[in-house]
Design a protein around this ligand. Structure first.
Ligand code: ASP
Length: 337
């Protein structure tokens, strides 16, 4: 059988970070390792695929920026258009990996596998899991079974969807889980077993494309500003007003329970909605779908986030606002994607 050709794009993260000793598991940083070191650490990669690698960024993903998303999306689209390339792997810090993955899941126009991976332990740590995660990500990207499943997240021998996986533990290697749709597959040695898929539209079936986004960025300069406002006891709307003042075009309200809103905050959200800012009601609750709530919220055009967590709801709202400002149209995108 012909060996697969896989393009690897590196963006940084713990997978290329170094500590001062083999037992240092936090407080490490990126100290000069790059994509070449990553690949050199896993000679077995070449048994699985012919590899091409490129450094897109080398940052801690807690400082991820939309400009890196754009560079990454361009690099992936370019490779995906080449007939000889079978799949793409992106190495990324785990902190915001789910956001980048979901952005790509909404934007890319390819059915070829695109797999994000990273590591929880720095490259210098005892039992660093980055090398095996990278090998597994390449195995999945090389698998024809991974085609058409949307952007995937591979860590700790599990395969999950960009839409559903979220980081659930600050240090444990078993951090990526889906609160509702769990792993859709697993990797054991060279055996890849898929057991499910997302029912939501992705990649080639969304209204977003890189071409359209580039046009938008040409006229607007940047993605629409969307702030996340996290609700709590004694909430009073100050953060909503701050978001409005900062020029937010959308606000994701991470409410309590079923996207509930503190009575002191409600007036600020109503006012923002009246001014044309799109309000999405998400929740601090990890799991389940946020659905319609009080009638006055629907009347104000607040959009329930469904099963998207606040940070993913923010990604979808940013992209949605590049094509429409109409809350009803945005609501249907939230149901579909
Ligand atoms: N701080 C790291 C990051 O870049 C965490 C990790 O990669 O696991 O997100």
């Amino acid at each position: 059988m012909k060996k697969a050709r896989i393009a690897i794009f590196a963006t940084g993260g713990t997978i290329v970070s170094s500590g001062d000793s083999a037992t240092q598991m936090t407080g490490y940083s990126i100290k000069g390792l790059n994509v070449n070191d990553l690949i050199a650490a896993v000679p077995q990669l070449t048994d699985v695929a012919d590899i091409e690698a490129r450094q897109i960024a080398n940052i801690d993903s807690s400082s991820m920026k939309a400009s890196v998303w754009s560079d990454l999306a361009h690099a992936i689209e370019e490779e995906a258009r080449r007939d000889e390339v079978d799949g793409i792997v992106v190495t990324h810090g785990t902190d915001t990996l789910e956001e980048t993955a979901y952005f790509l899941n909404l934007l890319l126009s390819t059915d070829k596998p695109v797999v994000l991976t990273g590591a929880m332990r720095p490259a210098t740590a005892l039992s660093a899991e980055g090398p095996l995660n990278l090998l597994n990500a390449v195995r999945v990207a090389a698998s024809p079974d991974a085609c058409g499943k949307g952007v995937l997240i591979v860590l700790n021998d599990s395969i999950g969807t960009a839409r559903d996986m979220t980081k659930t533990h600050p240090t444990n290697v078993a951090t990526f889980r889906g609160p509702d749709l769990g792993a859709i597959g697993s990797i054991s040695g060279d055996r890849i077993e898929f057991i499910g898929a997302s029912a939501k539209d992705h990649t080639t079936k969304t209204p977003f494309t890189l071409e359209k986004l580039d046009l938008y960025l040409k006229t607007h300069g940047k993605l629409p500003r969307v702030d996340i406002v996290y609700s709590h006891t004694d909430d009073d709307g100050v953060m909503v007003k701050a978001a409005v003042t900062a020029g937010a075009e959308g606000i994701v309200h991470a409410g309590t329970g079923n996207g509930s809103i503190h009575e002191e905050t409600e007036p600020a959200l109503f006012e923002a909605a009246k001014a044309g800012i799109v309000i999405v009601r998400a929740s601090r609750v990890h799991g389940g779908a946020i659905v319609e709530g009080l009638e006055r919220w629907q009347q104000a055009g607040f959009v329930p986030s469904g099963s998207l967590n606040p940070q993913k709801a923010r990604v979808l709202l940013q992209l949605a606002l590049t094509v429409t400002k109409d809350p009803t149209a945005i609501d249907s995108l939230f149901r579909r994607l």
